[in-house]
Design a protein around this ligand. Sequence first.
Ligand code: SAM
Length: 258
Amino acid sequence: MPRFDVLTLFPGYFEPLRSLGICRRAFASRAVQVHAWNPRDHAAGAHRSVDDRPYGGGPGMVMLAQPLAAALAAAQAARAAAGLGAAPVLLFSPAGRALQQARVRDIAQSDGVVLVCGRYEGVDQRFIERHVDEEVSLGDFVLSGGEIAALALVDAVARLQPGVLGDELSAQQDSFSDGLLDCPHYTRPPELDGLAVPPVLMSGDHARIARWRRDRMLELSWRRRPELVLALQRAGRLDRDDLRLLESLRAGPGAQPD
Ligand code: SAM
């Protein structure tokens, strides 16, 4: 059961997790735990400063290494007191490697990680060099802080914990769980503004429905993220029917990737 120790200047970001949606269930069953550590509580001096101006000049402030290091030591000590090993330290940063479902799965099966949420212009590089094992990005855009990235990771991990989703199959059918994007979904009514639900989904024929879904996953992935399909092909994870569909997608008019 993963435990997240989050170094953050804004612990309040993590409070709503306890009362909302899927995360509420994960917290209630202790399938996931979050402990926030505020570097300000570990800062020296009367003002408990956690940032300072950048050497070399320029705009903004930089997070001081010392309060972060002290907060990290406290977090790792608390983990040890709880009988857990020292956790890998992950810093959220636009310069990090983009977060992928495979990494989410690893964390979901581990006993947790320490998450460092940057603010301002970022974190003193010496803290990163000394303490950070991995830098993770949420994408090619800039957030005001790492907290929203941390929330995204906690949510993604929580929904993989056994018993947290209403139906265990949901997570298995999600995008990326099998290396492809998810298929389209439909619910009532059977017809809406002249658009009908694909008849196969109402046929009751589970084998045909499964094949239709697999075909739509392949089709959508091919159009939007062809590299996902090619990776499965290289790994020998496409069956004969998949390969047949892929051939027709490659040959068909207008069926090249978007
Ligand atoms: N000066 C930094 C830059 O240009 O790369 C941006 C700093 S940003 C305003 C403050 C903090 O938000 C970062 O230290 C990081 O922790 C977090 N952050 C911003 N964008 C992010 C992203 N795309 N992925 C993960 N964390 C991000």
